[in-house]
Design a protein around this ligand. Structure first.
Ligand code: C5P
Length: 247
């Protein structure tokens, strides 16, 4: 896969106008974006439509987590919007994930659109072992629970999962070459954010980071990058530098 097809810029902004301005500045460099709960809550499906009109593929990061029938309906609507990939919480269970996978397939057939990839979210990176045990009630290590949930996601027919750079290697080993792995937490170097990213500290609030090349070498398929690009003085130049490491 060509490097530009593997990069999704996180549009973590508060309005449709801000999102469009960002994509305008990245025109000709970036061909994928991630629309999450902030922008989608602010602007709705218009954000997806705006990106698609500009020829930019969309990862709809709304992390569906509900009863199977509701998640199937939401997945169908995401497919109707023409998103390239979307995600659901793996802790919603196998039946819920299977409903999403089947809805994606059926919607693609019914609506004559490409079938979106459906990914599982395993353990939020904001949870550590203590929180996982004491608050969520899961008596496993984070790593073991990530592998357990990814395995359930595959059983349910999902295409892949979202994983922190630290988890990529073990997931690739356990789930094989066809499992799609999408990773956030990309930073240009652990030593600093780069002279052209004054708005972004080295890691911001990311606990586990990797350079684009490290994440590629660990076996990730797609890379989600936010602030290293969006907070850079020259977002297109920052994106080009990241793409050069992915090539
Ligand atoms: O700005 P930054 O590069 O940290 O943005 C990363 C994006 O990936 C954000 O939109 C964030 O919500 C998302 N993400 C993450 N860690 C996860 C899952 C999603 O950073 N485990």
């Amino acid at each position: 896969m060509a490097a530009p097809d593997r990069l999704f810029v996180a549009l973590d902004v508060e309005s449709l106008a801000d999102a469009e301005e960002l994509l305008r500045r990245l025109d000709g460099v970036v061909t994928g974006c991630k629309i999450g709960t902030q922008l989608f809550t602010a602007a709705g499906p218009a954000a997806v439509e705006m990106a698609r009109k500009r020829g930019v593929r969309v990862f709809l990061d709304l992390k569906f987590h509900d009863i199977p029938n509701t998640v199937a309906g939401a997945t169908r609507e995401a497919a109707r919007l023409g998103v390239f990939m979307l995600n659901v919480h793996s802790s919603g269970g196998v039946r819920m994930m299977r409903a999403a996978a089947e809805a994606a397939t059926k919607a693609a057939q019914d609506l004559a659109v490409p079938r979106p990839l459906v990914l599982g979210v395993t353990v939020l990176t904001s949870l550590d072992r203590r929180a996982l045990q004491a608050e969520v009630g899961v008596p496993a290590s984070v790593d073991a629970h990530v592998l357990h949930l990814a395995d359930r996601a595959r059983e349910a027919g999902l295409d892949g999962c979202v994983a922190s750079p630290r988890e990529i290697g073990a997931l690739r080993l356990a789930l094989g070459p066809d499992w799609v792995i999408v990773t956030p937490g990309i930073r240009m170097s652990s030593a600093g954010g780069g002279s052209d990213t004054p708005g972004a500290s080295p890691a911001d609030d990311q606990m586990r980071v990797a350079s684009p090349r490290q994440a590629r070498d660990a076996g990730a398929d797609y890379f989600v990058v936010g602030r290293p690009i969006t907070a850079a003085a020259d977002p297109a130049a920052a994106a080009r530098e990241i793409l050069s490491q992915l090539a």
